[in-house]
Design a protein around this ligand. Structure first.
Ligand SMILES: C[S@@+](CC[C@H](N)C(=O)[O-])C[C@H]1O[C@@H](n2cnc3c(N)ncnc32)[C@H](O)[C@@H]1O
Length: 207
């Protein structure tokens, strides 16, 4: 992770059973579209997500669709202080699991499409990175738009990173007015996965 994240979690005992593959698989059986994957992301993919996550000292990191917390764990192990991590997870059982597994992080059980209502106002505009683990590629354009607008509502102009199994862009970026960049790829995931960054075009032109 980028500079600005203090090392605080180095001695933190983060259990090996965090991934909770059983819970993940049961949720996939119950709602495959909402889960988008049968198994949690691999350590190799989590490392790549963390490598492209930035946060200055006064900023938070927001993770959407935390599942059983493999990316959350990687973020904490990289030194992100628990209180600066906000995870949003729609499934109550998974949110409970996250609370138990990672004391001190901010677990919000809710629908990420309502992000502006879920993230305390105080932190709007003070977000270093938004990480999207929700399988947006499986959604129709208008539904994707709701997530993108929700992110824009709390982090204007920032954009987000999204990991996906698609070889090409998982989002129709032109239609959404986004500029895409494939930041990383790993074959060490089932299936192989990429980390994409999307930035609103207007903001991108200024930088
Ligand atoms: C592919 S899994 C990713 C889980 C985990 N981040 C990982 O990498 O293994 C997608 C997660 O997004 C959650 N999710 C789906 N729709 C959501 C929504 N509208 N709001 C919040 N979470 C959602 C699912 O419950 C699931 O846990």
């Amino acid at each position: 992770m980028d500079a600005g994240i203090e090392t605080a979690g180095a001695s933190r005992p983060l259990g090996q059973d965090i991934a909770n593959a059983g819970l993940f698989f049961r949720r996939w059986l119950a709602n495959p579209l909402q889960m988008g994957s049968i198994v949690p992301s691999s350590p190799a993919l989590c490392r790549r997500v963390v490598a492209h996550t930035k946060a200055a000292e006064d900023q938070i990191v927001v993770e959407l669709g935390a599942g059983t917390g493999v990316v959350s764990r990687a973020l904490l192990e990289s030194g992100l202080k628990p209180e600066r991590l906000f995870v949003v997870e729609i499934v109550p059982d998974m949110a409970d699991h996250l609370r138990q597994a990672f004391p001190g992080i901010n677990v919000i059980q809710g629908d990420a499409r309502r992000l502006p209502q879920l993230i305390p106002q105080h932190y709007h505009g003070r977000i270093g990175t938004v990480i999207v683990g929700i399988p947006l590629v499986l959604l129709p354009l208008a539904e994707q738009r709701r997530f993108i607008d929700a992110i824009e509502g709390v982090a204007p102009g920032l954009g987000f990173i999204l990991y996906s199994y698609c070889i090409t862009s998982p989002l129709p970026w032109k239609k959404h007015g986004l500029r895409p960049k494939r930041e990383a790829w790993t074959p060490m995931n089932i299936p192989p996965a990429s980390v994409w960054r999307y930035v609103p075009e207007a903001k991108d032109r200024q930088t």
